[in-house]
Design a protein around this ligand. Structure first.
Ligand code: FES
Length: 162
């Protein structure tokens, strides 16, 4: 299925008759969460309430499903999302220091977003590119082999509001 081309109503049709009722509901919810998050950058409560009404699924069940998955967010995220890999390979190659530098530079902790919404800082276990350690992802793009120069460039890029 091409997720990009289906809206919620089309997805209802797609899932019908193929899966169990529970699987259908879950699949449909996840699809809807992705659509909502794509539009708003997170899952606003108002949108989840609308979804609950539209699908006849209790709001508590909507939240229970959404919170099960790490990729869904419940508060606004920054225009840039920088995620520092803190897996073993990255850790031994300086990820901890890099994380501290970002915190200091932007005055935020991991999981936080700057007041100007320029940056959300996160950490991730391992992104599977250990040979490129230390690694970060910037807006889901993997950037590896980070040395001082690259790191400063990334900070500058975020500061400039790009
Ligand atoms: S530990 Fe960082 S990419 Fe694997």
């Amino acid at each position: 299925m091409n997720n990009k081309s289906l809206n919620v109503d089309e997805a209802i049709g797609h899932f019908a008759g193929v899966l169990t009722e529970d699987q259908k509901k879950r699949g449909l919810l996840i699809h809807a969460f992705h659509q909502i998050q794509k539009e708003h950058n997170y899952l606003p409560e108002e949108e989840l309430k609308k979804l609950s009404k539209k699908l006849g699924v209790p709001l508590s069940e909507i939240y229970s499903t959404a919170t099960f998955y790490k990729q869904f967010y419940f508060s606004p995220r920054g225009r840039n999302v920088l995620s520092v890999c803190t897996g073993t390979a990255c850790h031994v190659r300086g990820a901890g220091e890099m994380l501290e530098s970002v915190k200091e530079e932007f005055g935020i902790d991991e999981g936080d977003t700057t007041e100007d919404m320029q940056l959300t800082l996160e950490t991730v276990g391992c992104v599977g590119c250990c040979g490129l350690a230390p690694v970060i992802t910037l807006n889901e793009e993997v950037v590896g082999d980070i040395d001082d120069k690259k790191f400063k460039g990334i900070i500058k890029h975020i500061r400039r509001g790009e």
